[in-house]
Design a protein around this ligand. Structure first.
Ligand SMILES: [Zn+2]
Length: 106
């Protein structure tokens, strides 16, 4: 138990990788609707949550933060393409740039 707790605390911060893919989960839930009509409300609710989650992820993938590597170099955080002040979209990956500058040293 102690060991497990420590592993959890030391785990790298970042998006967790889930073994189940959302489309698979949605397909399974759609099938479950027919098999378990008594749980229809709960299944619909879960599908709603998944749809919201997917929508949010889509928006997220269209945006890229601008990162300041040094005082004279700004790059797209997603593809590392050089970005010029005033750019709206990245020239490398085409994502919409989010000008929310943080220190670039990571
Ligand atoms: Zn980019």
């Amino acid at each position: 138990m102690k060991r497990r707790e420590r592993q959890k605390r030391d785990a790298p911060v970042g998006p967790e990788v889930h073994p189940v893919k959302v489309p698979d989960l949605v397909a399974w839930l759609e099938k479950l609707k027919e098999e378990r009509p008594e749980d229809l409300d709960r299944i619909e609710e879960t599908l709603d949550i998944l749809a919201d989650y997917e929508a949010e992820r889509d928006t997220d993938s269209l945006d890229a933060e601008v990162e300041q590597v040094n005082p004279r170099l700004l790059v797209c955080a997603k593809c590392r393409q050089k970005v010029l002040p005033g750019d709206v979209c990245c020239r490398g990956c085409g994502r919409r740039l989010v000008w929310n500058l943080r220190g670039g040293m990571r």
